[in-house]
Structures are given as structure tokens and as C-alpha cells.
Design a protein around this ligand. Structure first.
Ligand SMILES: Cc1ncc(COP(=O)(O)O)c(C=O)c1O
Length: 398
């Protein structure tokens, strides 16, 4: 196994890490990493074949187990998260599935948040429940709620911060300390923040994962997942990932690696654009409320400042109007597109009350604090003045 964490990664900035940390893993003279578009690799001797077949994450045995293109991208992800090792998967859902199936067994108990990405909630509520795994869902804004939910059979505390769509935060240091105190593995979905804005492992969390479809890829052109942590945990998750078959293909690994090269630059511009948009919206007479941890009036702004170095490219806001007015506002947008997903170059908008109307009742929306006029914005990398002009023009038209 190649150790990804080097002394250099401790002193280099994230941009240098993302461009150089995987250099030694490229065995060719091609400056851009080759795409190893192959399902299998040739062993020159019987001994070599034994090593290839038995070494965890061997990059040159069989692509479901590993691939040199995976290895290079994984080296970058591990170093950015401050981890020993990383693993890429075929999607963010592939990452969360491999984690929970690797770390839980029949009779295990999980403490999770009331608010997670819907797919993660679905695994806990509809899949693990079929195999005798129970979950207690807690208010993520209350560190005491995590402690109160722990049972003797709790094996995993699952966190996600900030969460969609109201940008609620979890105190990662407090959760990590709780996990350490009780010998429970702590896991964080770091998709919204990215390691540029938040490094959960530095705060004591054991494992982080991503929908790499989002900021890691950054260009809305791939679907992928990633997990990072210590070598022993990553080996367990990797073993489950090859059993489930949630392997990322070589071309998307290459695209992901290309996206990662500019992660710092992109995320900082997402942060800058979003703070400007949040301030503009907060001052706009047709906007009732803005949810962005970078704004001083966000109820967890102090926690955001303590555990994040930037506040992400995600925000949500409520129009001063009803469901129909919100739809009219979206229809008047010109630059900004209505689409699922987030974290890429294009600014995207979602109207949760419209998007989830088929699967959520009015009561459920109210319980989750999702008003009919709430919209979620993934602020892209267009010029911030142009993004704001598009929003202002559509607000004026309502
Ligand atoms: C926070 C978060 N986690 C996980 C996922 C799942 O990732 P994927 O769609 O890549 O499977 C998503 C997808 O939207 C997400 O937003």
C-alpha cells in the first residue's frame, strides 16, 4: 500500500497538494495523468500476482479493486483531508453505503441527525432497518442530544454539516470527543464544506465522506464519491466497496482528479460570490430570511467561525411571498438554472417545496422548517455582479 500522507503535505498549501502530491504515483513521463482504461492488469510472475491480488487497494490488479488513476486521485483527496488514505466510489451514495455496511452489523445502533441528505436518511430508515440496525435521529444543533442518544450498542455517529437546505451546523469537535469517550466511530459528510473550508479529521472525527459529484468534480460532468480516514478504517470500507461493487470508472476518476487540481481556487471563489449574494439578499425588501452561516445573524455563526475557514457556496432564502410567487421568481431567472445537484461552476436553484411535494407532506415540510417560499441556491463561478443582477431582476419581476 502506498502511504498517501507525506511530510510535504503538512507544509504545502492545498493548491500545491492538489497539483503535486500524486506526482510519484505517475509512472509515465506524461505530465497529465494517464487514464488507465482497462479492467485488468498483467502479472509478470506468480509472486507478483499473489501480491497484486492480496494487497488492499492494489492499483494494478483488477479495476474493481483499484486502478492507477484512482490511486492518484485518492492521494490528493487523502492529503487535502489530512488523512492517511482515501477511497473513491461510484457516487456519494456508494460511499455512504460502503461505510455503513462496513462498520455496522445486526443489532448495531446508529446516532444520526434529523437532517441529512435524503439518500443517507433513506439508507438508515429503509435499508439498515431491514437488517436489524436501529437509528436515533437527533437535533444536530444540540451537542447534548447526541450524548443523550448513545446506547451500549451504538457503533456509529453520523454527522453532516452544513446541511441542506437550511445550512444547520453540527459541532464536530463535541461529537468527536463524544465518540472517543465511548469508543464509537464518528463519520462526517463533508460535501457542502469541502476540506478547503472544513477539515473534520483535524477536529477528531474518524472518517469523512463526500458526494464528489459536487465541489470535488466541480463542473457538473461526473458522479462520484470519496471517503478519507486512517488506513485501517479505509481498508474496511474498501473491502465492503469491492463487495458492493461501488467502484468509480477510470474516466470519471480522471475527470475528478482534474477537478481537484483547482479545488482551492474554485471553493474560495464560491465562498466570495456566496457571501456577496447572501448580503445582497439579506438587504433586499422582497426577501424575508437568508440562511447562510457566513452572515452574522445565522444562529450558529460563532460555531461556523470556529470550525470553518470559509462558509461554502450554498445558501437558502425565503421570499416575502407564497409558493406561486416563488415559482414566478424562478421563472424570471435568466442566468440561473433550475437543476438538482450543487457545487459546480453554474449557479443552480431548487425550490424544495415544489421538488419534494410528491414525497413530503405539508406537515413534514413544517416540521423541517421548510417554508413554501424557501429556495436553495448553489452559487456558481459566474461573475458575482451578474449572479446578483439576475436575482435582483427576477425579484423585481415578482
Ligand atoms: C450532502 C450530500 N451527501 C451525499 C449525496 C449523495 O451523493 P451522490 O448523488 O453523488 O450519490 C448528496 C447528493 O446530492 C449530497 O448533497
Amino acid at each position: 500500500m502506498t502511504e498517501h500522507k507525506t511530510d510535504k503535505s503538512k507544509t504545502w498549501g492545498p493548491d500545491t497538494i492538489a497539483i503535486h502530491i500524486d506526482k510519484a504515483l505517475n509512472e509515465t513521463t506524461s505530465l497529465a495523468p494517464p487514464i488507465y482504461q482497462t479492467s485488468t492488469f498483467v502479472a509478470r510472475t506468480a509472486d507478483e500476482f499473489t501480491t497484486m491480488a492480496n494487497e488492499p487497494q492494489h492499483p494494478r490488479f483488477y479495476t474493481r479493486y483499484g486502478n492507477p488513476t484512482h490511486e492518484q486521485a485518492q492521494a490528493v483527496i487523502a492529503a487535502l483531508e489530512g488523512a492517511d488514505k482515501a477511497l473513491m466510489t461510484s457516487s456519494g451514495m456508494g460511499a455512504v453505503s460502503a461505510i455503513v455496511f462496513a462498520l455496522l452489523e445486526q443489532g448495531s445502533h446508529v446516532v444520526a441527525q434529523r437532517v441529512h441528505y435524503g439518500g443517507s436518511l433513506g439508507i438508515l430508515e429503509n435499508v439498515l432497518s431491514k437488517f436489524g440496525v436501529e437509528t436515533t435521529f437527533v437535533d444536530q444543533t444540540d451537542p447534548g442530544a447526541f450524548a443523550a442518544a448513545i446506547r451500549p450498542n451504538t457503533r456509529l455517529i453520523l454527522t453532516e454539516t452544513p446541511t441542506n437546505p437550511l445550512m444547520l451546523l453540527t459541532d464536530l469537535k463535541a461529537v468527536a470527543a463524544l465518540g472517543k469517550e465511548h469508543g464509537i466511530i464518528t463519520v462526517t459528510d463533508n460535501t457542502f464544506a469541502t476540506p478547503i473550508n472544513q477539515r473534520p479529521l483535524d477536529l477528531g472525527i474518524d472518517l469523512v465522506f463526500h458526494s464528489a459529484t459536487k465541489y470535488f468534480g466541480g463542473h457538473h460532468d461526473l458522479v462520484a464519491g470519496a471517503v478519507a480516514g486512517n488506513a485501517a478504517l479505509i481498508e474496511r470500507v474498501w473491502r465492503m466497496s469491492i463487495a458492493l461493487g461501488v467502484t468509480l470508472n477510470a474516466f470519471d476518476s480522471w475527470l475528478l482528479l482534474r477537478g481537484l487540481r483547482t479545488l482551492r481556487l474554485r471553493v474560495e471563489q464560491h465562498n466570495t460570490n456566496t457571501l456577496a449574494v447572501a448580503r445582497m439578499l439579506a438587504a433586499h425588501p422582497k426577501v424575508r430570511q437568508v440562511y447562510y452561516p457566513g452572515l452574522e445573524d445565522h444562529p450558529q455563526h460563532a460555531l461556523a467561525c470556529a470550525q470553518m475557514s470559509g462558509f461554502t457556496g450554498m445558501l437558502s432564502f425565503e421570499l416575502d411571498g407564497d409558493f406561486a410567487a416563488t415559482e414566478r421568481f424562478i421563472a424570471h431567472l435568466d442566468l440561473i438554472e433550475r437543476a438538482a445537484s450543487l457545487g459546480g461552476i453554474h449557479t443552480l436553484i431548487v425550490h424544495p417545496a415544489a421538488m419534494m411535494a410528491a414525497v413530503m407532506s405539508g406537515e413534514e415540510f413544517a416540521k423541517r422548517g421548510i417554508k413554501p417560499s424557501l429556495v436553495r441556491l448553489s452559487v456558481g463561478l459566474e461573475n458575482e455582479q451578474d449572479i446578483m443582477a439576475d436575482l435582483r431582476a427576477a425579484l423585481d419581476a415578482v
